[in-house]
Design a protein around this ligand. Sequence first.
Ligand code: NAD
Ligand code: UDP
Length: 385
Amino acid sequence: MISITNGIYTLASIYYVIIPIGYLTKWWFTEKEMAGKGLVLVTGGAGYVGSHTIIELLNSNYSVVAIDNLVNCYAEKNQKPESLKRVEKITGKQIVFYNVDIRDKLALEKVFKTHKIDFVIHFAALKAVGESVQIPLMYYQNNIAGSSTLFQVMSDFSVKKLVFSSSATVYGTPQYLPITEEHITGQGCTNPYGKTKYFVEEILKDVCTSDKEWQVILLRYFNPVGAHESGLIGENPSGIPNNLMPYISQVAVGRRDCLKIFGDDYETPDGTGVRDYIHITDLASGHLKALHKFKDPSFVGWKAYNLGTGKGCSVLEMVKAFEKASGRKIKYEIVERRDGDVAASYADPSLANIELDWVAHKSIHDMCADTWNWQVNNPKGFEQS
Ligand code: NAD
Ligand code: UDP
């Protein structure tokens, strides 16, 4: 009789205690195993900077969940964005992807319920300066309201470690060169796009003041250019490119006839505008270094870092460097200055060097050679595939 009762107790304990513990342990370890160094939610992950950063994350054993509403990236119907398919090819790893708009709170909550997210890298934004002047409300709605919805959901799920894609545009017209992080921000931001970056930075500063658990890194990019060395992913602007590098490369490949250089009468060595171009792979690695910073227990609140090389390069120098890297002649003409352009802008990146242990390694030649490799292998961007 006693042994029958013992048997029932044994079976019951296996059924009610040991099996559930087994399941829980398995779930716990699978999640942890899957997470590696941690699970990163990447918003706007299918875009130019997002896709290159995901490669670095996966190669460094982070797990990634990417979201994107596909407004500025190419995907075949009901398929993963082409950029992310190629990232999977480059890394040999699978990416969990959701077609989610950051303004959609319910959809975001579903992602946070499904995955135990450790960090967020927030790239999702509209970024065309000219368009932002035409349709400012769309930019404020997407970039500011969208970001604020994301931060609310993060807070609700106690995910309070964030890297935000900001821009050197928050410095407005540089008061001095090279620009340090102490430079005043928000003054002389002449277009709605630039203002959205400044406003989101300010929102994040307020969030950090209100809740000491937040750790926020604002990465102020200078001019990201170049492509992954595989030539499989790169910048894929829709329509006529606004930025210099994609325009030059489309002229080189024969998609555009002639580069228009906006002014040669600036107070710069050759009269053309000077910028701090940074290779996209160097920029991407800056995001990994930012994640490492979260391990520092003394780091609370927010901190801004410039991501640039510290060296200025003029439009004419860039044209020459591209001609050398591609072996093609770049036809150009000098036209009027473009409204809102500054003569020169370049970073003092020493704070990121010292505090994040980050440095940009790649040269202007690397930037041109990798852009050309991407362009020549994908003359119409991702769409042709
Ligand atoms: P991108 O357009 O290639 O990538 C942004 C991605 O975000 C796109 O795939 C787009 O579909 C997605 N997106 C836009 N709105 C969204 C929304 N509401 N919900 C979900 N997804 C949305 O741009 P990028 O060059 O990769 O830029 C990434 C970030 O870096 C942006 O925040 C941009 O402002 C910032 N930035 C870029 C540069 C640059 O020159 N590329 C310079 C400074 C800062
Ligand atoms: N530029 C140019 N022709 C173009 C695009 C850009 O002469 O078709 C110049 C522009 O005036 C600036 C530099 O190239 O001096 C970089 O411009 P981009 O738009 O790439 O970056 P941003 O001005 O936003 O820093």
